[in-house]
Design a protein. Structure first.
Length: 630
């Protein structure tokens, strides 16, 4: 095959061919040439770091109608098709060679078969259309974390979203020199469109080639399937990190403020709808990132960066009362893409925005009016539950300036949070790295809510909140994290949080704003300023410390009976959770680390010992004595 890019010179927009040639990188040219040959676009545009190239793409998004201008300057609205509103897990697969088995939890397809299929769909798919060749960088540029990526897409919406979400990476590639080959290769086509949404969604495919560091995505528009630098690159990065001894995590990164000007940084993993963005956005603290972090050991410390520079956030329930900073950013005349909301007279509306919705408008499934029902007679909501907003982090008043620090921030604490109505206390600290990774991260579960499809209250296993994105066997992934904790000068503390604990009557035991207290307590712990009570599952706060924090931060009188109810050690539920985990890690996960089973076993013995003395439900205040260790 002739891979010389020169044969396609006539397709390039003015200046684009020269920009590409200037890189003088044969691998980059070969990759682009291959997919121009396959997809056959009529025009090719190259996005460099020159702001005029980003502007061109923004204008194209309006010109093609992929985005519709809204009333406020810089705001646009994009719609994905009714059946294209979320990540398509079933059709997202790893390409694996014959006889290779990745992990039963990971969705795979034979490499040759998968490539034949998806290349078949991509063949000639961009005829008459424009291909955007975009150079981006994962992580801040010019740093040990930087990973250059080249995105090819025929969607101006995808290219525009990436412009908001990621750092430009053309100069980063120049810096790497002409021989550099280690860039991620991302190919996307939205396929045939009908009223600007992908038509052939039954032919939607997202195939990941770990060996070639390439992802191919076709016949879809929803960001999670198409924004190659987000969850698609995340899978490639997990694989790469695993070979190189660093970590790619589904984690927020935030600054937490203590005495004087003290700031300590935390990273946190929460499955979807378990409070990740709301934690990253906590009042009084600062946000570095809300979704994906790279963690590296540098000089014996754990350093982290946000892979992104923007947020692709769920807009449902964003309102001026609960999210004043996001609300402000969503109403400022800066670049914002709203997706799958209700649009009426140039104004976007969504579920839970605390405004009166108009009686009619346009949303993700076309014309909408009050009382409209789906084919089964269920009322259609104003906006899709997964409707989103895309903004740059710097538009937020609480954006931490460390966002662009090439060396990242030092992580003092790692938080794991699930959605659990009956088992874990609101906050606790692990006894150490392995205890935390194994009993808090590796056992993370999230209960389904009425907001998701299917039955509410079903527990979904989601280790480190990363299950959907793992590209290596689960056992190896856990082992990598344990290894990462070795040889550090300062080991981050590990915490488990649970914002969803309920009492016997189904009432939440903690308030919406109480997470502000838990995070301040964690900050005091990593600063060595407060002690704790050791329980069989971890170390919990002293009542007096929380009482003081509640008074100072929330101006609230925190009663001892509230504390006692929240921090009751629920032994039957904890034992049941251990049983569930044993089942998963002995029956479903191949080669689970032995240390994991041992750690669970030890936790079980501690729980049984306490139950013997104190019964099933233990007032943890009692555990301050040495009694339970008998
Ligand atoms: C998530 O679902 O975890 C997201 C959105 O951050 S998506 O881009 O779809 O992955
Ligand atoms: Mn995410």
């Amino acid at each position: 095959m002739n891979s010389d890019i020169a044969q396609y010179k006539g397709k390039f927009r003015k200046g684009s061919y020269e920009a590409l040639k200037k890189l003088n990188n044969k691998s980059v040219e070969g990759f682009i040439s291959e997919f121009i040959g396959l997809c056959d676009p009529s025009y090719v545009f190259v996005r460099t770091d020159d702001p005029s190239t980003a502007r061109y793409i923004r204008e194209k998004a309006l010109e093609t109608g992929e985005e519709i201008p809204l009333k406020i300057k810089g705001h646009t609205c994009h719609f994905d098709g009714p059946g294209d509103q979320a990540r398509d897990k079933a059709r997202t697969k790893y390409l694996v060679g014959k006889g290779v088995s990745l992990d039963p939890h990971l969705n795979t397809i034979d490499r040759d078969e998968g490539l034949d299929e998806i290349r078949g769909y991509l063949k000639g798919i961009m005829k008459g259309r424009e291909l955007y060749v975009c150079f981006f960088c994962l992580g801040p540029t010019g740093s040990a974390f930087s990973l250059p990526a080249v995105q090819l897409t025929d969607s101006s919406y995808v290219a525009h979203s990436e412009d908001i979400l990621y750092r430009s990476g053309y100069e980063e590639l120049v810096r790497r020199g002409p021989e550099f080959t280690g860039f991620f290769k991302l190919i996307h086509s939205e396929g045939a469109l009908e009223e600007n949404v992908s038509r052939d969604t039954e032919k939607r495919r997202v195939y990941i080639d770990l060996k070639e560091e390439t992802v191919l995505s076709v016949n879809t528009q929803y960001g999670g399937n198409t924004i190659g630098l987000k969850k698609l690159s995340m899978r490639l990065a997990i694989y790469k990190a695993s070979k190189e001894g660093w970590l790619t995590e589904h984690m927020l990164v935030m600054g937490v403020y203590g005495q004087g000007s003290r700031v300590n940084y935390f990273a946190g993993a929460f499955p979807s709808a378990c409070g990740k963005t709301s934690t990253a956005m906590l009042e009084g603290e600062s946000i570095v990132g809300d979704d994906i972090a790279y963690l590296r050991k540098i000089d014996g410390f754990v350093k982290a960066v946000n892979v992104e520079r923007g947020i692709f956030g769920i807009i449902r329930d964003v309102n001026p009362e609960d999210d004043p900073l996001i609300w402000k950013a969503l109403n400022a005349p800066k670049e914002v893409i709203f997706s799958n909301v209700l649009m009426q007279s140039g104004i976007p509306y969504w579920q839970g925005d605390n405004r009166k919705a108009p009686d009619e408008g346009r949303n993700y499934q076309g014309e909408w009016h009050k009382g409209k029902t789906d084919t089964e007679g269920n009322p259609l909501p104003v906006s899709h539950p997964n409707a989103r907003y895309t903004i740059r982090l710097r538009e937020l008043a609480n954006c931490d300036e460390a966002l662009e620090k090439p060396e990242g921030v030092q992580i003092k604490g790692i938080i794991y949070g699930g959605r659990d109505s009956d088992t874990s206390v609101p906050v606790q600290q692990a006894f150490g790295w392995n205890h935390g990774i194994l009993t808090m991260g590796s056992t993370l579960e999230s209960e389904t809510t009425s907001a998701t499809l299917g039955k509410a209250g079903v527990r979904k296993f989601n280790l480190m909140s990363n299950l959907d994105f793992l590209s290596i066997p689960l056992g190896r992934y856990i082992e990598n994290i344990m290894d990462f904790g070795k040889g550090l000068k300062e080991i981050p503390a590990i915490f488990g949080v649970n914002y969803f604990l309920k009492g016997g009557n189904g009432r939440y035991l903690t308030g919406m704003h109480d997470k502000r207290i838990w995070i301040k307590w964690m900050e005091l712990r990593v600063s060595g300023e407060v002690s704790c009570i050791e329980t069989p599952t971890g170390c919990i706060p002293l009542y007096e410390d929380l009482k003081r924090l509640f008074a100072v931060i929330l101006n609230k009188d925190y009663r001892r009976d509230e504390y006692e109810e929240q921090f009751t050690l629920r032994i039957p539920e904890n034992l049941a959770k251990i049983e569930r985990m044993f089942k998963i890690y002995t029956e479903e996960v191949k080669n689970a680390p032995k240390t994991l089973l041992k750690e669970l076993e030890d936790q079980r013995s501690r729980l049984l010992k306490v139950r013997k003395v104190h019964g099933d439900y233990v007032n943890t205040g009692l555990l301050q004595s040495a009694e339970y260790k008998k």
